[in-house]
Design a protein around this ligand. Structure first.
Ligand code: ATP
Ligand code: ZN
Length: 283
């Protein structure tokens, strides 16, 4: 039985549970229990505060955990990061009052910086030879300059709207973070095998999200050009249409190149283009 720690409530909760669900793992989740077993996969889910997850994984109370990379790095526990999950994206940044002049990181010298991420900040300051004072606080970091507690802050940012409403501007990004899968270094052979199965599923879900299934009709004299745009997983499927001179082409395209490919397909005379989401993709 593999024990996985996820955030009990907060920004990572929904996406963590959705990921398990998309992996086909059904939880026996009564309301607000500390843990839940899965019906159809040898996994047990522990619901914890995100700050506690690295310690629990290190101690082996949980075998693996879903946590922000920011928390993982801050806690400095000797556990492995095995997979970046692609949700919970944010950055850990330094922000200063809007009115303050700023040219480069050396302007941080002599400032008092409030943060809950003192380990990460300390490393950043050392690496960049900046002599600033770290003022560790446990929450509501963004109000620290406004109440005279500090000159600057180092905190998580996603849209920047919290900074804006507190009269601050982001001046340095010190870490780009997302939710990651962290793993205890001494997993049993049995749990390692379960983890491999889980990773195969997570990968299939993530790859599927990054790709779309595409079907289109192509004039036969353009098949070569069109096929070269759509390499797919091996090569595109090409089937003749009942109407002479035309074929149906089916393939997989990556989300990132999607619109560019569609434009080129149209310029090669493709018609009736249909795009479908993919649920799972095993490459
Ligand atoms: P807990 O009660 O579990 O301690 P928390 O209040 O510390 O929760 P949340 O605010 O729920 O934590 O954030 C959890 C994680 O979500 C963060 O550690 C970070 O990795 C990620 N995250 C993504 N965007 C943001 C953001 N804009 N602000 C804060 N965290 C964010
Ligand atoms: Zn927390």
């Amino acid at each position: 039985m593999l024990k996985i720690a996820v955030q009990k409530s907060g920004r990572l909760y929904e996406d963590s549970i959705r990921l398990l669900k998309e992996c086909g793992i059904e939880l026996n989740n009564g309301n607000k229990q500390l843990k839940a077993a899965a019906f159809n996969f040898p996994i047990e889910v522990f619901f914890l505060r995100d700050d506690d997850i690295p310690q629990y994984v290190y101690d082996g109370v949980a075998d693996i955990g879903i946590v922000g990379e920011n928390v993982l790095l801050e806690k400095e526990k000797d556990i492995d990061l095995v997979y970046r999950l692609g949700f919970g994206k944010c950055r850990l940044s330094i922000a200063i009052p809007k009115s303050m002049q700023y040219q480069s990181a050396s302007d941080l010298n002599g400032l008092k910086i409030a943060t809950t991420y003192s380990n990460i900040l300390n490393k950043y300051l050392k690496k960049n030879n900046i002599n600033a004072e770290i003022h560790e606080i446990s929450g509501s970091v963004e109000i620290a300059p406004g109440i005279g507690l500090a000159d600057a802050i180092c905190d998580l940012v996603s849209s920047g709207s919290t900074l804006f409403t507190n009269g601050l501007k982001e001046v340095e990004v010190i870490l780009k973070s997302e939710a990651v899968l962290s793993v205890n270094k001494k997993l049993s052979i049995e749990n390692n095998a379960i983890l491999d199965k889980l990773l195969l599923r997570i990968n299939a879900v993530k790859t599927a999200k990054n790709n779309k299934y595409i079907l289109l009709n192509a004039p036969n004299n353009q098949l070569k050009n069109i096929s070269s745009l759509l390499p797919g997983m091996k090569s595109p499927t090409i089937v003749p249409l009942a109407e002479g001179g035309w074929s149906s082409v089916q393939s997989v395209v990556n989300e990132n190149d999607f619109w560019e490919i569609i434009e080129k397909l149209k310029s090669y005379g493709a018609e009736g283009i249909i795009v479908l989401p993919i649920e799972k993709m095993i490459v």
